[in-house]
Design a protein around this ligand. Structure first.
Ligand code: TXA
Ligand code: MG
Length: 318
């Protein structure tokens, strides 16, 4: 039985015992273990069914810890850390040898972030080690933004989900790597490109599965519901092609559709991209649970967080 509880002391005990738990963050729930315990880290890969070539993000409570684990901090990385930490930004930096190879999949870099969630921060402060935490979903499935999503996925295979409420941002962190000290965007996420560029100027973008060997987790198919899904610009036209099917429709704002649809979900009545991002995964979990023949999702405007949401919808619909 998985315990779902806000008991941080219990969480500390389980982690000190080299076991793993799910933790809340402001992006998505993570499956967390002691970065220095090979037993715990192997268990994360096993429970998630994640291939060992896909490295994990290390979670810190304070920027003071950074010096102990990375060997170089490019000036742009310092600016971004100052601007966004604690927050939904992961920096890929040259690692020190204390970071075990299994965390980084043998790479000489490590992904780090300071989550902006009171429960996660309080937990991290009570531990003598940082936590490695990938999103708490089985490989390729929809990421969890509520404790119940994690429970549904992992039932008896983890001892505890540390309750932290619904994830406020609802999309994974934005990942920035460095090429000769120049920032490169490796994963779109909760912080928009525009926000990143307001701090460090125009940046390179390299987040496509085919061209981004530096981000091994950026698979073309990812974040996927079990139900067949399509991502389209013009909902009305596609609805016609799926007559007689049980359809779930995922739209950004209210859309007028002349069709009897099985189920409609609107991400933000008022057209607020931040609200849409925070609701995206929960809405996909809901649609996936109601036995539809097909999910049809409408592409969002390609600006700000709309880009990050479209990125997830594209991978979900592959
Ligand atoms: O918001 C988040 O980042 C969440 C929460 C739990 O913090 N975590 C998360 O972890 O999304 P995960 O494992 O689902 O995605 C981490 C991504 C993967 O695509 C992985 O390949 C990439 O980060 N990554 C990690 N370390 C890396 C490294 N050294 N070089 C390049 N990519 C790296
Ligand atoms: Mg993930």
């Amino acid at each position: 039985m998985t315990i779902i509880s806000g008991d941080i002391n219990k969480a500390v005990d389980i982690l000190n015992d080299e076991d793993i738990i799910a933790i809340p963050t402001e992006t998505v729930y993570g499956l967390a273990g002691n970065i220095y315990s090979e037993k715990a880290i192997r268990r994360i890969f096993e429970v998630k069914e994640r291939p060992l070539y896909n490295p994990l993000i290390v979670h810190l409570h304070s920027i003071i810890q950074l010096d102990g684990i990375v060997s170089e901090i490019p000036p742009a990385a310092q600016l971004l850390a100052d601007a966004f930490w604690p927050g939904s930004l992961t920096l890929i930096l040259k690692k020190k040898s204390v970071i075990p190879d299994i965390i980084t999949a043998g790479k000489d870099t490590v992904g780090v972030r300071i989550p902006n969630h009171p429960v996660a921060l309080s937990l991290l402060r009570q531990l003598e080690f940082p936590l490695a935490a990938p999103s708490a979903n089985p490989f390729n499935r929809i990421s969890p933004t509520k404790s119940s999503h994690v429970e549904n996925y992992f039932k008896d295979s983890i001892k505890m989900v540390l309750e932290g409420g619904e994830c406020k941002n609802g999309l994974e962190s934005t990942i920035i790597g460095f090429d000769d000290e120049e920032p490169v965007l490796l994963r779109l996420g909760s912080i928009s490109i525009e926000e990143i560029e307001s701090i460090v100027g125009k940046i390179k973008i390299n987040n496509k599965a085919e061209t981004a060997p530096d981000a091994p987790g950026m698979l073309a198919k990812h974040y996927s519901p079990q139900t067949k899904m399509y991502l389209v610009d013009d909902v009305a036209q596609v609805l016609d092609e799926h007559k007689n099917k049980k359809i779930g429709l995922l739209t950004f704002t209210d859309t007028e559709v002349d069709y009897t649809i099985a189920h409609i979900e609107v991400l933000s009545e008022s057209g607020d991209l931040k609200e849409a991002a925070s609701k995206l995964y929960n809405t996909l979990h809901k649609l996936d649970a109601i036995d539809l023949d097909v999910i049809i999702a409408q592409r969002l405007p390609d600006i700000g967080l709309g880009k990050s949401i479209n990125d997830r919808l594209e991978r979900a619909a592959k």
